[in-house]
Design a protein around this ligand. Sequence first.
Ligand code: ZN
Length: 143
Amino acid sequence: MVEVVAAVNEWWKKAAGMTDLIAWLRAQIGEQLTKARAAEEVLDGNWYSPDLSEWALRHLGRAEGDHIAANPPCDVIARCEVELLLLDEHAAAADPYSPTGFVCKTCNDGGLPVEPACSPCRTVRLLAYGYRHRPGWREEWRP
Ligand SMILES: [Zn+2]
């Protein structure tokens, strides 16, 4: 009986951890999106300008300035929107037979939940891996 309780507790812990990954990832994307939209509103589409380039060269350096110029808010917004669509596409559905307690609605073919079909699926984990340098990342989420 003790082993069964321990196994159930472990299962719930793992399921909760995986649910945390999706919530954490949505929060990271949402934060990025909010900041990019605020910047886009202020800049009104004028991201790369000679003034910005001059400022970057004076205060940063060529590489940093080029990097800033290559990452306008409109691109960040577009990437964040696509990432949120991918999360919706790979949303979780409860499944008591899945090791994580959930299956991916897109990756699960209706058969037994095996690793690629468990939620968060590999697609979601890869997406999250792109945010691994942010606070809250857990190595157990690594794809
Ligand atoms: Zn999936």
